[in-house]
Write a protein that binds this ligand. Sequence first.
Ligand SMILES: [Mg+2]
Length: 236
Amino acid sequence: MVSGGAQGASLKAVVFDLDDTLLPEWQYVRSAYGAVARHVYRDPPRAQEARDWLWSRFLRGEHSGALNALLERAGRGEEEVGPLLEVYRAHLPAVRLNAGVRRTLSDLRGAGLKLGVISDGPLITQQRKVEALGLGDWVDEIRLTDAWGRDYWKPHARAYQDLSERWGLTGPELAYVGDNLAKDFIAPQALGWRTVCLRRRRQVHAARRAGPGGAAQVTVHSWAALDALLRSWQGE
Ligand SMILES: [Mg+2]
């Protein structure tokens, strides 16, 4: 290890957030709109039309109330919103890792870094995303916090501590990459990890403000810049 690194230890492992970090949320939402539209309209052309309608609504900035709006448009009762939410959450999303993400993960792993994922959200939903993306082939460890219950969603430290122990690594040997200043960085900052906020266009939580201890140390705006930053930390 070369001394003089700002934080005293070289990087050995990188842990990523899933939603709006590895997987742009808008890509997931678009897929989910297709699933709920096909559930409400059995006729494929009408389902397609309804999906496009939901999507144009989203592009106008209407990110909530989609399921109620869809039911109303179809003349269906709002009591169907519960089952429709299940369809939304449990569908196998038509998503894949973007080229820049694949390139970075492959480069980091090839350089000998351990890779992990920590993600909140309803368990079935996150499991389906992991399945659709084939994430198990890209990273070494995945922690879906909902498997322990909602109390363990970020900012709870359990998943971060779990990976730290799993790999026998601590503090600045680990980095967390996420997008949500309200919850992603609180635990890893407290544990002395390095933290990076990835800012991309159209992120759902980009406007969130950091609370005490919630800011990331560094912000980057592309996967290439992230890759270069992490490799430089590895070389410290
Ligand atoms: Mg996120």
